[in-house]
Design a protein around this ligand. Structure first.
Ligand SMILES: NC(=O)C1=CN([C@@H]2O[C@H](COP(=O)(O)OP(=O)(O)OC[C@H]3O[C@@H](n4cnc5c(N)ncnc54)[C@H](OP(=O)(O)O)[C@@H]3O)[C@@H](O)[C@H]2O)C=CC1
Ligand SMILES: Nc1nc(O)c(N)c(N[C@@H]2O[C@H](COP(=O)(O)O)[C@@H](O)[C@H]2O)n1
Length: 434
């Protein structure tokens, strides 16, 4: 599917250009992808099987993403709840080799010899984490032996024996949850995994999103036009039940840049009398772990899984910041504004004053020249945006006249925002009539 190819290619290109202090190439390209409801749920608490959110078209998309990746990862909660297969079955061009399933299962409590990921695939990788001094060490070693007898590759991240020589095992103070950066490096160096799809569930999504561009290159979210309600499992729950003590109840502002939307399936359409299952899809490239503070662990240079101390980096060019600032220069601020949650619309679609005002509260303050002189209603709609997605990835100047920002110098980007050759819509979307 072109959409997936374009998304992964763009993420890969972006990654290669990024100037971070750690070596991105030491870990696989990571595509975080899941399906959620309109109220942000990916499952239902009382379900003992996956909640079907995706329609047929976007389900196929999920399988296309699986097909384009070397491995597909889920957490122990998803294995316990869903017993997923994680295989490619709906792609028109199935890969000759299925992606390797990967499960994060610290205590080997979820995966068993009868799990689908074991019985349907003999290349499963399980990451666990326990010390020699663990009171349950013997039991855990027996479980491990059983899995290994079923051709499962088990990696204990706390054991030096399981890791390549150049990587240090997780420290004894850090055995509560699997250190994702270390796990990613092991996937690459020990198993040759160059691309990884992360499917969920909630805690895994929250953990990866919390690490932002440190560990995620591309985010593909299917949004299904349905509500799950109070019994739902939230996709992103960084301050919820599973959060560390001290982080409970805290909200986290995360933003994505250059979101692109495309409709897969029937959606809520003018001819439709009811909410059909035909999700729309948001494709986003994650750029920053956190809008207000792009915090990259300084120790990550030598020791990726050590998250003790933090250094600040400019949100745009990722240069080191000496002061308590978000950007290193005014150019960077403006450039970030160009690339922040804005949508490129055809030239005929004027920007609305209200949407411009809305944008200033959520992102970097816009230059006054960004706003139109008088209020004009926006004609941009959800479906308008879908037409521009491919051109903004594939050429330096798209058919609707909008420049490809990845090809622009910072100066050109700044000029573009001061004097845009196209109209921008920042926030507002007119709901479509049903
Ligand atoms: N709609 C969709 O696209 C998807 C929906 N789902 C749904 O998600 C739900 C399951 O979510 P949830 O219960 O949160 O389970 P998860 O699948 O997110 O697994 C969470 C568990 O993974 C283990 N784990 C190990 N290391 C980490 C880490 N660094 N960060 C986070 N977790 C880690 C922990 O268990 P341990 O200590 O045992 O290792 C943790 O409890 C199900 O309802 C499922 O249907 C799942 C995938 C996709
Ligand atoms: N994309 C997507 N849409 C949904 O509606 C879903 N419920 C999921 N769930 C994920 O798919 C797994 C099941 O995979 P198999 O069909 O067994 O291969 C499930 O565990 C979730 O990870 N995804």
């Amino acid at each position: 599917m072109d959409f997936v190819e374009a998304a992964i290619a763009a993420a890969s290109e972006r990654r290669s250009k990024r100037k971070t202090p750690f070596k991105d190439e030491d870990r696989p390209l990571v595509v975080l992808s899941y399906a959620q409801s309109l109220d942000g749920c990916i499952g239902a608490k009382d379900n003992t099987q996956p909640l079907r959110l995706s329609g047929p078209e976007s389900m196929r998309l999920t399988h296309c993403i699986r097909a384009r990746c070397d491995a597909v990862l889920v957490g122990s909660g998803t294995v316990k709840n869903d017993d997923p297969r994680l295989s490619v079955r709906l792609d028109n061009h199935p890969p000759s080799v299925q992606p390797r399933p990967v499960v994060l299962d610290s205590r080997l409590s979820a995966v068993s010899s009868t799990s689908n990921v074991v019985t349907l695939n003999n290349r499963l990788i399980v990451f666990c984490q326990y010390l020699d001094s663990d009171p349950e060490f013997t039991t855990l070693q027996s479980k491990r032996a059983v899995l290994e007898s079923h051709k499962v590759s088990v990696v204990n991240l706390a054991s030096r024996h399981d890791l390549p020589d150049n990587l240090d095992p997780a420290s004894s103070s850090d055995v509560s949850s699997i250190p994702i950066p270390l796990m990613l490096r092991v996937l690459k160096s020990k198993f040759g995994v160059n691309s990884l799809m992360v499917e969920g569930g909630s805690r895994i999504i929250s953990a990866f999103l919390g690490l932002g561009s440190l560990c995620v290159d591309c985010l593909i979210v299917t949004v299904a036009p349905m509500f799950v309600g109070s019994g739902g499992v939230k996709a992103f729950d960084s301050g919820g039940e599973g959060a560390d003590e001290g982080k409970k109840g805290q909200s986290v502002a995360l933003s994505v840049v250059d979101p692109v939307y495309r409709q897969f399936g029937s959606d809520i359409d003018s001819g439709s009398k009811k909410l059909a299952r035909g999700p729309a899809m948001a494709l986003c490239k994650i750029s920053k772990p956190n809008y207000n503070r792009s915090q990259i662990p300084a120790t990550a240079v030598n020791n990726l899984h050590n998250m003790d101390s933090f250094t600040q980096w400019c949100l745009v060019c990722e240069r080191k910041l000496n002061h308590d600032a978000v950007y290193c220069s005014i150019e960077c601020l403006k450039t970030d504004f160009v690339s922040s949650g804005t949508f490129i619309l055809p030239p005929s679609s004027p920007v609305s004053a209200s949407s411009c005002a809305a944008s200033s509260t959520s992102r970097a303050p816009p230059s006054p020249t960004n706003c139109p002189p008088s209020p004009t209603p926006s004609h941009g709609s959800f479906s308008d945006m879908s037409s521009s997605w491919s051109s903004s990835y594939s050429s330096s100047s798209s058919s609707n006249g909008s420049p490809d920002r990845s090809q622009m110098s910072r100066h050109e980007a700044t000029q573009a925002i001061l004097n845009p050759p196209f109209s921008l819509e920042f926030k507002s979307r007119r709901p479509r009539r049903i």
